[in-house]
Design a protein around this ligand. Structure first.
Ligand SMILES: [Zn+2]
Ligand SMILES: [Zn+2]
Ligand SMILES: [Zn+2]
Ligand SMILES: [Zn+2]
Length: 344
C-alpha cells in the first residue's frame, strides 16, 4: 500500500500537528510490539513491528518532506528540494526488502526448529496495538472526507487486521500449543510488507525515470493542448513529476505569426487550463511560429534545434515591412528575417 503518498498528501496539506500525533502514536505501537515480540519470542509480533517501523518511516518521511519542500530553490538546486522525498522513499523500500528477507529467513528456521512462544504476551501486545490504531482511525475520521484520507484509513484498518491475525495466532498457541502458526503468520505478514515495498519501489523508479505521473493521461494532455486557439502544431511534449504531488510539463507549440503579446496570452490560457484540469503547476512552453523544428528528431542524444543555423537578422533599423492585412496586435518594433536554410 502506498502509505508514503497517502500520508504525505493527506497530512501535508492538513495540520502538521496531526502528522506529529500520528508519528508519536505509531512510534508507541512500534516500541510496544518490538518489546512484546522479544519477550514472547513471537516472530509474528516482531514482523508486525517491522511493518509498523515502515509506517513510522513513512510518517517521518512525510513530515521531513514537508519541511524540505519549504526550503527555497537555490543556485545549486534549481528545482528546490521536493525530490528529497523520493530519495527517502527509495531508502524506505530498501529497508522493507531487508525486513522481508530477515523475516522469511527466521520463519523458515523456526518452521524447522519451533521455538516456544508466550501466547499471553502476544495477545496482550496485539490488543494494545489495536487500541492505539482504533484511536488513529477515530482521529482520521474527524479530519473530513477525501480520497487520501480514505486510503490512509484503509491502510490503518489493514494494520488492525494484521494485529487480529497475531491475536488469533497467540490464541492458537495458548489453546493447542501448535507453534508453526507463528512463523506461518510471519510469512503472511512478510508477503504484505513485500507488496508494499513493491508499490513504493515501482512509484519511486517511475519518478526517477521521469515517467508520466500515474494520475495523468498523456493523450488527454495532448488533446487539451490541441484545443488552444491559433495553434497549428505541437511537439516535444514531456510530463514528469518533481515529487508525488508536483507535476511539471514542457512542450513546443507552433502558433500563427501573431504579436508577442498575443502569443503570451495563448500561453497563459494554455497554462491555466493545464493547471486547472491536470494540476500541472510548473510549465515551460516554447512558442514557435516562423521556424518550427518540424524536421528535427527529438529524443535521447538529439538536439531540439537545427544545427545548420538559421540566421536571424534584426531589421529594426530598416523600415518595417508592410503588415499582413487583418493581423492583430501591436505594431512590431522588430521583425525577423532569415536566410533560407540550405537544402530547403
Ligand atoms: Zn501499517
Ligand atoms: Zn496554477
Ligand atoms: Zn520545436
Ligand atoms: Zn546544439
Amino acid at each position: 500500500m502506498r502509505f508514503v503518498e497517502q500520508v504525505s498528501t493527506s497530512h501535508a496539506r492538513g495540520s502538521s500537528a496531526r502528522l506529529r500525533l500520528g508519528l508519536g502514536l505509531t512510534l508507541a505501537i512500534l516500541l510496544i510490539e518490538f518489546a512484546g515480540g522479544l519477550l514472547s519470542h513471537s516472530l509474528a509480533l516482531l514482523s508486525d513491528a517491522g511493518h509498523v517501523l515502515t509506517d513510522v518511516f513513512a510518517l517521518g518521511l512525510a513530515w521531513f518532506a514537508v519541511e524540505q519542500s519549504k526550503r527555497p530553490a537555490d543556485k545549486r538546486r534549481s528545482y528546490g528540494y521536493h525530490r528529497v522525498s523520493i530519495l527517502a522513499a527509495l531508502i524506505n523500500a530498501l529497508t522493507l526488502i531487508v525486513i522481508v528477507l530477515a523475516v522469511t529467513f527466521e520463519a523458515l528456521r523456526r518452521l524447522m526448529a519451533p521455538e516456544q512462544v508466550q501466547g499471553g504476551i502476544v495477545i496482550a501486545t496485539a490488543l494494545v496495538g489495536i487500541a492505539i490504531n482504533a484511536f488513529v482511525i477515530l482521529t482520521l475520521r474527524g479530519g473530513g472526507d477525501n480520497l487520501n484520507l480514505r486510503a490512509a484509513l484503509l491502510h490503518v484498518t489493514g494494520d488492525v487486521g494484521a494485529s487480529v491475525g497475531v491475536i488469533v495466532a497467540g490464541a492458537v498457541i495458548l489453546l493447542t500449543g501448535w507453534l508453526p502458526i507463528d512463523p506461518l503468520l510471519s510469512l503472511a505478514i512478510a508477503a504484505l510488507i513485500a507488496y508494499g515495498a513493491w508499490q513504493i519501489m515501482r512509484e519511486t523508479v517511475n519518478l526517477l525515470m521521469e515517467g508520466t505521473p500515474a494520475g495523468i493521461d498523456l493523450g488527454a494532455v495532448t488533446n487539451e493542448i490541441r484545443k488552444t486557439d491559433q495553434l497549428t502544431g505541437m511537439h516535444d511534449l514531456h510530463v514528469w513529476a518533481l515529487s508525488s504531488d508536483q507535476t511539471a510539463l514542457s512542450c513546443h507549440v507552433v502558433i500563427d505569426d501573431v504579436s508577442l503579446g498575443d502569443a503570451e496570452h495563448v500561453v497563459r490560457d494554455l497554462e491555466g487550463r493545464l493547471c486547472e484540469r491536470f494540476a500541472i503547476g510548473h510549465t515551460t512552453i516554447q512558442v514557435e511560429s516562423c521556424h518550427p523544428c518540424g524536421e528535427i528528431h527529438h529524443g535521447a542524444g538529439e538536439h531540439n534545434h537545427p544545427h545548420q543555423h538559421v540566421v536571424l537578422t534584426s531589421t529594426s533599423a530598416r523600415p518595417a515591412p508592410p503588415r499582413a492585412a487583418g493581423s492583430s496586435g501591436r505594431p512590431r518594433s522588430q521583425t525577423r528575417k532569415s536566410n533560407p536554410s540550405p537544402g530547403s
